[in-house]
Design a binder for this molecule. Structure first.
Ligand SMILES: *Cc1c(COP(=O)(O)O)cnc(C)c1O
Length: 473
């Protein structure tokens, strides 16, 4: 064990201190003014270390982690693309970081312009007619969108619509958001080719349906070829069509959800439009609406002004401004011509990996995919090397694991999304390593099953780690 791999408590020496404060001139203060119930019986056991010890401790800790800045991160369903550093510089400009949300509007017109420009770009990329940038995450956008859906029906005096239809391949947040919004969730099945089963959908559609949530391409990375018919059917029964736009990446510059007939959508700026979002934040989930829902966006809204039929308030102020800035910087940095290439490159990268690996990994749905695709584990299952083992072994080779055991449609799901930001060389290296692991699984399965071998943390007991996490030494 290296000296600085020790816990900071083990480095502690009584009386050592990392800083020195000037004498306060008041002498020792006593705690006697605090009620005894609030006083400590003993001094807290804080580590007593020097400044270099603190710096080395945290610097070493930070390098134990894996991030998109340290390696390829092919997480399916979650678009972990590289975040250009110019975004960070723009978001750190003092003119932006020092504004306060309660400042008079006239003093923050630059920020208002940022909101306006980003909303306009999002409208033209998605084909929607207006956006709110208030929601703080994808799931928060979903909730906002569903509240808009509910609000729309209530405005039309339609009180019987309590159901929301969700495909069985949907991201888990879809049924969760619908339930949180008070809807009854009804599942529609997928066909063997992975698309929504329109025949299964038809009997579900009646006057109790508020709408249907979809993502296109769906969670298997497949384009829903029946989307026009589905939109027609949902609209014919009086429902609205909701688009989960966390999967917008492959569509950018190619087709627009607004043109497919979607009425409400959310985007994940922290996915499709870059912003580091490992570990659960920060995010931004703007919601776009079609002409039908005009005037119902949440308040406050800087540039759309007073909304005639506003659904109300869903956040204190105007969303996560830092993420909004990064998204605008990303779009402007690429420019119109390059933004149009995003979707095509994301699609090309995914298909390239899929084709190069499908002889050693099981490909349950073999058709042209969009930005991501799903393997059902290794093709050769004789040594019982699982998807979890493959994922762990990848870490030994310096790649982050793809999404595993999701979607739930297959037993050994291994879901890969390379994004448009990776070079051909990186993709080739990943393919080479995936092939090596398949070979190892055949020749030395125990080695794969006991991986990872060279990461700071080996293989924790997943069940114990989830149920009884040890958060301190
Ligand atoms: C990531 C994701 C979400 C949820 O977004 P959060 O920002 O994590 O709340 C919803 N749907 C899909 C398809 C996603 O990939």
């Amino acid at each position: 064990m290296k000296y600085y791999d020790k816990l900071i408590f083990e480095l502690s020496q009584n009386g050592r201190c990392g800083c020195s404060l000037p004498d306060n001139g008041f002498g020792e203060t006593s705690c006697t003014e605090l009620p005894t119930a609030l006083q400590r019986a003993q001094a807290p056991e804080l580590p007593q270390v020097s400044e270099p010890d603190v710096v080395r401790h945290y610097t070493n800790l930070s390098s134990m982690n894996f991030g998109v800045d340290t390696g390829f991160y092919p997480l399916g369903s979650c678009t972990m693309k590289y975040n250009p550093k110019i975004n960070e510089e723009i978001a750190a400009l003092p003119g932006f970081t020092s504004v306060h949300p309660l400042q008079p509007l006239s003093t923050v017109m630059g920020c208002v312009q940022v909101y306006k420009e980003l909303s306009d770009y999002l409208c033209s990329i998605t084909g929607m007619s207006a956006f709110t940038l208030n929601p703080f995450a994808g799931a928060h956008g979903e909730l906002t969108g569903l509240m808009l859906m509910k609000h729309y029906h209530l405005l039309h005096g339609d009180v019987s619509r309590r159901k929301v239809i969700v495909p069985d391949s949907a991201h888990g947040t879809n049924p969760a958001s619908a339930a949180v919004c008070g809807f009854e969730v009804v599942q529609v099945k997928s066909r063997p080719d992975g698309r929504v089963d329109v025949e299964d959908l038809k009997p579900l559609l009646d006057e109790t349906v508020a709408g249907m949530m979809m993502t296109n391409p769906n969670t298997l990375g497949l384009f829903e070829t029946g989307i026009r018919e589905i939109a027609q059917l949902v609209h014919d029964c009086g429902g609205l069509l909701y688009y989960d736009g966390a999967n917008l990446n492959p569509l950018i510059g190619v087709v627009r959800p607004g043109d497919m007939g979607f009425d409400i959508l959310h985007l994940n700026l922290h996915k499709s439009f870059s912003t580091p979002h490992g570990g659960g934040g920060p995010g931004a989930g703007p919601v776009g609406i079609s002409e039908k829902l005009k005037g119902s966006l949440p308040q406050p809204d800087f540039y759309c002004g007073e909304q005639e039929f506003s659904m109300g308030r869903i956040s204190g102020f105007q969303g996560n401004f830092g993420v909004i800035l990064r998204a605008l910087a990303y779009i402007l940095m690429l420019g119109r011509e390059n933004v149009k290439l995003l979707g095509s490159y994301a699609t090309l990268s995914a298909n390239y990996i899929k084709v190069c690996l499908k002889d050693c990994y099981e490909l349950p749905i073999d058709s042209v995919c969009k930005h991501e695709f799903v393997f059902d584990g290794l093709k050769d299952k004789s040594n019982e090397v699982t998807t979890l083992d493959v994922a762990k072994r990848l870490l030994d080779y310096g790649f982050h694991a793809p999404t595993i055991y999701f979607p739930l449609l297959f037993h050994q799901s291994l879901m890969i999304e390379p994004t448009e930001t990776e070079s051909r060389q990186t993709l080739d290296e990943f393919i080479k390593v995936m092939r090596t692991i398949a070979e190892e699984a055949a020749t030395s399965p125990d080695m794969v099953k006991s991986a990872p071998h060279n990461t700071p943390v080996r293989r924790p007991d997943e069940t114990q780690a989830a149920r009884h996490p040890i958060l301190k030494a």
